[in-house]
Design a protein around this ligand. Structure first.
Ligand code: ACO
Ligand code: LMR
Length: 264
């Protein structure tokens, strides 16, 4: 038989060797002619399968909702300062991306991990939240700098409304809402944030769509695919902020002395 020399790289998501590139086996002509969208391409390249329309639309909604949140957030601030230091697009973009993490935008995977574990173990919101407090861990997906009980995050509401209408089950999201009800009884700003909404709803998408085995869901949650949604989405805004600063010919940024407490 054929003897195959061992390869240095294994790749399973796309193939460029034929007449046209294929994403998870689907030729580019099908993707274009059938009117696939960005949500379909993400499904193929990240999850290696075509997902039902309501799932790919949900992915696209996450991307649109998270594309930007103004110039004051960590990521945009870094990109703006970097662009104003005269750096190029890629430097300005990655400077902003590097702020994405457990406090800002990158709490989606941990929200999914902790909500899934708590729900699957049957913990009450009280047991879950107080257990986290004992461990000294803030509940990922809960809390916001400017949003509160009386000034809810519209993006969260839009995601919840979409899922209520289109998802077969929203059990994880409903659990996250119960957690939010409990955390709100402690402080006004402990609302469910966009990371918590995407984290819990993606659990519902994975488990309710019938497209993933239990083992695959555990792997997606364990590896941590979901922060990728925020990274991808916010890149759109960070690129926009970089162009904006360059178009406006903004000079080098220097933080004002008055806004620093110099102390010993
Ligand atoms: N779980 C439990 N208690 C919390 C949480 C939380 N998620 N967030 C705040 N608190 C409580 C704590 O008691 C905290 O006191 P501590 O500093 O002793 O822990 C107190 O509220 C005050 O917190 P602040 O630091 O003033 O809150 P801040 O407004 O700075 O934090 C933040 C906002 C960073 C989002 C915070 O709520 C948090 O860490 N949340 C979890 C991570 C998360 O979900 N990040 C994504 C935010 S959405 C986005 O970036 C797109
Ligand atoms: C964001 O999407 O950047 C935010 O939710 C964070 C913020 O503080 O506005």
């Amino acid at each position: 038989g054929k003897v195959r020399a061992p390869t240095h790289i294994i790749s399973t998501i796309s193939d460029d060797r034929g007449e046209e590139p294929c994403y998870a086996g689907v030729p580019m002509s099908t993707i274009i002619e059938q009117g696939y969208g960005v949500g379909d391409v993400i499904s193929l390249l990240w999850f290696k399968r075509s997902l039902p329309r309501y799932c790919t639309q949900f992915i696209e909604i996450c991307i649109m909702l998270c594309a930007d949140h103004g110039p004051c957030v960590s990521g945009a601030h870094n990109s703006i300062v970097t662009a104003r230091a005269g750096k190029d697009l890629v430097s300005s973009l990655v400077s902003g991306l590097l702020t994405i993490g457990p406090r800002f935008g990158g709490a989606i995977d941990d929200a999914a991990r902790y909500f899934k574990d708590a729900y699957d173990r049957g913990l009450t919101p009280y047991e879950f939240v107080e257990g986290m407090k004992k461990k000294g861990i803030r509940v990922p997906g809960i809390g916001h700098r400017i949003k509160s009980r009386d000034n809810r995050d519209k993006r969260v509401q839009l995601l919840q409304k979409y899922a209520h209408t289109h998802f077969p089950s929203v059990k994880y999201m409903e659990y996250a809402v119960q957690v939010e009800t409990y955390t709100l009884s402690k402080a006004n700003n402990l609302v469910m944030n966009v990371d918590g909404a995407i984290g819990s709803l993606f659990l519902d998408l994975l488990s309710g769509s019938g497209m993933f085995t239990k083992q695959e869901i555990d792997e997606i949650v364990e590896i941590g695919y979901l922060n990728g949604l925020f990274v991808l989405a916010r890149s759109i805004g960070l690129i926009g902020h970089t162009f904006d600063q360059k178009r406006l010919k903004q000079p080098l940024y220097r933080h004002p002395w008055e806004d620093v407490l110099y102390t010993k």
